[in-house]
Design a protein around this ligand. Structure first.
Ligand SMILES: CC(C)(COP(=O)(O)OP(=O)(O)OC[C@H]1O[C@@H](n2cnc3c(N)ncnc32)[C@H](O)[C@@H]1OP(=O)(O)O)[C@@H](O)C(=O)NCCC(=O)NCCS
Length: 336
């Protein structure tokens, strides 16, 4: 039975819009991602109202006949050269209002916007074996990348684990030193950091038409500003070679507020410095830093492409354990 649904494009997100968005996302995540903490209304407001790096966002709210929020869709349109073909969707329908066409109505609005904005690739993430997967199959998205999500429970580390972590963090790596910063990279490391960031462009992305970005010092500063403006904290730990090159780095995003779970962002080791254990070293140093600077954090979540065997091996060695899987779907946007 289809439900009368009214779609409203949200031009300026008010506090009430953010509250409606939160209501839908929290109900949807509780159903499909039990145990994954949803963003709070303040985080949602900050995410939807602050500018993103090199992209802009379109948003829609679906309401039922009585004005009750039933679904949301967000569309991130990338603007940087190399990614201006790409759009990324977020789509949720409240479980109490599913299977009545709301998701399909929102998707139609999203696909129409992709056409207007000249996007050939629309990507979305769905939990494995979920209604989201069935919906993507129904609308002819293809499975482009399978991701394994892993968690490291800091509060469940015993003395042996803590000892192992300390040894990994303190290991000697002749020719390299470890450094770190919070937020924006220090000026003397900015150019080397941008060069290392480009190493992320060879991260496995399966069949995703994800494009690539060229990092320079201005861009890494701009990214740090976007994160700071929405109230989140970015921690970076990096390995610097004696010749001044940055050999690798790892980033953790600490959401605003008093979070117990933080997200792994990039970890990259530049090709010329691979095979030396630097990834393990950097990530162990980051765990130590996190425990010292953010003692309230108890979980680190990361996701890796299922075929990214090296990164998965590093994470397992550190004590990360698989706890859920997702799939990235891609729609090659129909032109007619
Ligand atoms: C995916 C989602 C947005 C679908 O919303 P919805 O309003 O239920 O979608 P629709 O009613 O328009 O469904 C359209 C078709 O998709 C398929 N579908 C949707 N949910 C399904 C399910 N649980 N099982 C099997 N098929 C399903 C069906 O073919 C359905 O048509 P039908 O009901 O006539 O059989 C909703 O389940 C959701 O919010 N999931 C969690 C968030 C998520 O995974 N988002 C990312 C994926 S887009």
């Amino acid at each position: 039975m289809s439900e009368h649904v009214h779609l409203t494009p949200l031009d300026r997100i008010s506090i009430n819009d953010a509250a409606a968005w939160h209501q839908v996302v929290a109900a949807s995540m509780a159903h499909d991602l039990p145990g994954v903490p949803p963003p709070d209304p303040g985080q949602i407001h900050a995410q939807l109202t602050n500018p993103t790096l090199d992209s802009h966002r379109l948003t829609w709210l679906a309401t039922g006949a009585d004005g009750v929020p039933v679904g949301i869709a967000g569309l991130r349109l990338f603007a940087s050269p190399g990614r201006d073909h790409l759009a990324e969707m977020e789509l949720h329908v409240d479980p109490a209002h599913r299977r009545r066409g709301a998701g399909s109505r929102l998707l139609s609005a999203v696909v129409a916007a992709c056409r207007t904005e000249n996007r050939r690739s629309l990507v979305v993430t769905a939990p494995a074996e979920s209604p989201g997967e069935a919906f993507c199959d129904r609308w002819n998205f293809r499975r482009a990348l399978a991701l394994d999500h892993l968690i490291l429970r800091l509060d469940q580390m015993d003395e042996t684990d803590a000892d192992r972590m300390r040894r990994l963090a303190d290991a000697e790596h002749p020719g390299y030193r470890v450094t770190g910063w919070t937020g924006t990279v220090p000026d003397d490391l900015a150019a080397a950091f941008a060069t290392a960031k480009n190493a992320m462009n060879d991260m496995p992305v399966g069949d995703l038409d994800y494009g690539s970005v060229d990092w320079d010092a201005d861009r890494v500063r701009a990214m740090a500003k976007v994160i700071a403006d929405r109230g989140d904290t970015l921690l970076t730990v990096a390995a610097v070679h004696d010749d001044g090159a940055m050999a690798g780095y790892t980033e953790i995003l600490v959401p605003r507020g008093t979070p117990t779970r933080v997200q792994q962002y990039d970890t990259a080791v530049v090709p010329a410095h691979r095979g030396l254990g630097l990834g393990l070293w950097l990530k162990a140093a980051m765990v130590r830093r996190l425990r010292a600077e953010h003692p309230g954090v108890v979980e680190i979540e990361t996701d890796n492409a299922e075929d990214n065997v090296h990164m998965l091996a590093v994470n397992r060695e550190l004590g990360f354990r698989s706890y859920r899987r997702t799939c990235e779907f891609q729609l090659d946007v129909p032109t007619t």
